[in-house]
Design a binder for this molecule. Structure first.
Ligand code: SF4
Ligand code: SF4
Length: 173
């Protein structure tokens, strides 16, 4: 008895599946799954999707990386190399970015580097098609040739208190 009830249950389940398959076969306009790669040109990925680490540059070819190296320290598998040099600016020695080397071939897209960056200098890009014949082609330099650091705008000095009796006696910097 158990054998026959199991047989008919399986048959019913089979026809249920076949009915759904047949429905979408005769009305393909109702298909809701992504037709990748046919829709490659119109494919819109969610903003949060992680394809690779990128370093945004503005129209003046400036980035926000100060070459502090925190992203490299945060990376668990050594996918980031920050190469820096010292320059004299306004009579001070400052560190500037020489090369930001990103090894996409070993990156797990964990996001720790992006979280660690205090300057928001790196972020995730959506590009996800990374197939290459030579894995060395996945090692990328993220800072563009001739790019430089985007200097932060200096904050306007705080306004002095109107009533000198209420404010502190310290001078405004
Ligand atoms: S996403 Fe993760 S693995 Fe990839 S470079 Fe950043 S910290 Fe390293
Ligand atoms: S990307 Fe951010 S954390 Fe990494 S070196 Fe540049 S400023 Fe520092």
């Amino acid at each position: 008895m158990g054998y026959f009830s199991g047989f008919f249950k399986g048959l019913k389940s089979l026809f249920t599946g076949m009915r759904i398959t047949g429905k979408y076969f005769v009305s393909p306009g109702e298909i809701v799954t992504q037709q990748y790669p046919d829709n490659r040109d119109t494919l819109i990925l969610p903003q949060r999707s992680k394809g690779e680490v990128t370093m945004p540059h503005n129209a003046d070819n400036k980035h926000r990386c100060t070459a502090c190296g925190l992203c490299s320290l945060a990376c668990p598998n050594g996918s980031i190399e920050v190469i820096s040099r010292m320059e004299v600016r306004n009579e001070k020695q400052v560190k500037v970015l020489d090369g930001y080397i990103y090894h996409l071939e070993q990156c797990t897209l964990c996001g720790l580097c992006v979280k660690a960056c205090p300057q928001d200098a790196i972020e995730f890009g959506n590009k996800f098609e990374h197939a290459v014949y030579n894995r060395q082609n996945l090692t990328k330099t993220l800072n563009l040739p001739g790019s430089s650091l985007l200097e932060k705008e200096k904050k306007a000095p705080a306004a002095a208190p109107k009533d000198s009796n209420q404010g502190s006696t310290k001078e405004t910097i």
